[in-house]
Design a protein around this ligand. Structure first.
Ligand code: GRF
Length: 203
């Protein structure tokens, strides 16, 4: 399975995928990193792992569609079959959503549909839920929405802070994401079945 990862920041999930490939737990090819932030640590991680990167500055394109067309072109050039979003901080347009519908995953630090958006961990703490977690889902046109592929629960403790919860969540993510991608590669998870389950939502 040929895979591309999209990331904007630290890239610990990118690293988890690359490490899983390096030690044989994950049998896919990492063909491309797509990153919208030239200074992001994930760019360095890709270089170290020997993964080609397409790093771009959104401002240099006339529109979001403009850079997404370019990304799509590169994905197709590399024959990428699965796109994995891992902390990619840009809203996708229909160009990407339609281009890779049913073949694009995201990982989110809550049990969706609870707490979509940028501050999922903080909001879970503020709400006072006793259990939060991690969700891997197919990407549709909405904010952190789309058919759910896998979830893991994380229990919250009395003395938890955003930092301690984020740390436990990251730990789970680093196990879950490589495992889900491996299950897709081996056919244990069939995305086509999930993709048919929900309609593409645009608002
Ligand atoms: C992860 O917590 C993921 O759930 C969210 O963005 C974060 C990315 O972290 N979508 P990293 O860059 O992989 O360390």
């Amino acid at each position: 399975l040929r895979v591309a990862v999209f990331a904007s920041g630290g890239g610990s999930n990118f690293q988890a995928l690359a490490d899983a490939i390096a030690d044989g737990r994950l049998q896919v090819e990492l063909k491309l990193l797509v990153c919208d932030k030239p200074q992001a640590p994930v760019v360095e991680r890709a270089a170290k792992a020997g993964v080609p990167a397409f790093v771009f500055r959104p401002k240099e394109y006339p529109s979001r569609e403009g850079y997404e067309e370019e990304i799509l072109r590169r994905l197709r050039e590399a024959d990428v079959e699965l796109v994995v979003l891992a902390g990619y901080m840009r809203i996708l347009t229909d160009v990407m959503v339609q281009g890779y519908w049913g073949r694009m995953l995201n990982i989110h630090p809550s049990l969706l549909p609870s707490f979509p958006g940028m501050h999922a961990v903080r909001q879970a703490l503020e709400y006072g839920v006793k259990v939060t977690g991690v969700t891997v889902h197919l990407v549709d046109g909405g904010l952190d929405s789309g058919p759910i592929v896998a979830q893991r629960a994380v229990e919250l403790r009395e003395d938890d802070t955003e930092e301690t919860v984020s740390e436990r969540i990251h730990h789970i993510e680093h196990q879950l994401y490589p495992q889900v991608v491996q299950d897709i590669a081996t056919g244990r998870i069939v995305l086509e079945q999930l993709a048919g389950r929900n309609q593409i939502k645009k608002d």
